[in-house]
Write a protein that binds this ligand. Structure first.
Ligand SMILES: [Mg+2]
Length: 249
């Protein structure tokens, strides 16, 4: 029996490398948003972004916690809408790899649906997933007072209940140590992704590049291979019987 029923994939800096440079543009856009919203200098925006990220995990959450009535759609269209998506290149070998995974494959990202869809399109991975759990899924009430995102346990529980799976049979891949630690705390199997990452206690696996998945975690495929072998043996016996039947007929 397979040891996983479902694989949850983070998107940014997991399905494509941080070396692509999208994260740098994202930071710049967030800082411009902070300058505009808070009326501060570029230097102060740099410090505020870092402070909000450390304290709240996201600038949007931090701004709202500090009383700024920011609508998530306005924030996302400003910080994601202007990203140079052409930097993300198609990855056909990743597409083949993902399609060979026998378990359910679900994207679990804090990003909004427009960003997730555009990034997956650029990567050539449209249609490779059974579902996308994103900002809007985690926060169906966009006017709600509290925003739910990874690494909060609530975000993980929402993702698990949507996926309808037993946490102990889920593999979760992400480039964030904080997200990996939360996932481990609620019983998921975890893989930290990224070339500059070091193995942490909460990570069951360290995957430097997503395309190395089959080498680092062959268990994903092991029972499927066993199943295929059984199936092909059954098929060959069946065709042998049929040939025998046809010869004797
Ligand atoms: Mg990420």
């Amino acid at each position: 029996m397979a040891i996983f029923d479902c694989i949850l994939f983070d998107l940014d800096d997991t399905l494509y490398s941080s070396d692509v440079g999208i994260a740098g543009f994202l930071r710049k856009n967030i800082e411009e948003f902070l300058m505009m919203t808070c009326g501060i200098t570029a230097e102060d925006a740099f410090a505020l972004r870092s402070e909000l990220f450390k304290t709240y995990g996201s600038s949007l959450v931090g701004l709202r916690a500090r009383g700024y009535n920011i609508h998530p759609d306005d924030y996302h269209s400003f910080v994601h809408g202007r990203l140079p998506y052409d930097l993300i290149r198609p990855n056909p070998s990743l597409r083949d790899l993902l399609q060979s995974i026998p378990q359910r494959r679900i994207i679990f990202t804090n990003s909004d649906m427009v960003h997730a869809t555009r990034s997956l399109e650029r990567l050539g991975l449209t249609g490779c997933f059974d579902g996308i759990i994103c900002f809007e899924t985690l926060n169906p009430d966009l006017f709600g007072s509290k925003i739910v995102l990874k690494p909060s346990v609530t975000a993980f529980n929402t993702a698990l209940s949507i996926s309808g799976v037993n946490p102990r049979r889920v593999l979760f891949l992400d480039d964030s140590e904080k997200n990996i630690a939360s996932a481990k705390a609620i019983g998921l199997r975890t893989a930290l992704v990224g070339r500059r990452r070091r193995k942490i206690a909460e990570a069951d696996y360290l995957v430097e590049e997503i395309c190395e998945l089959s080498r680092v975690i062959p268990e994903i495929w092991s029972s499927a291979m066993a199943h295929e072998e059984v199936t092909s043996e059954v098929n060959s016996r069946f065709s042998l019987r049929r040939e025998v039947h046809e010869l004797s007929a």
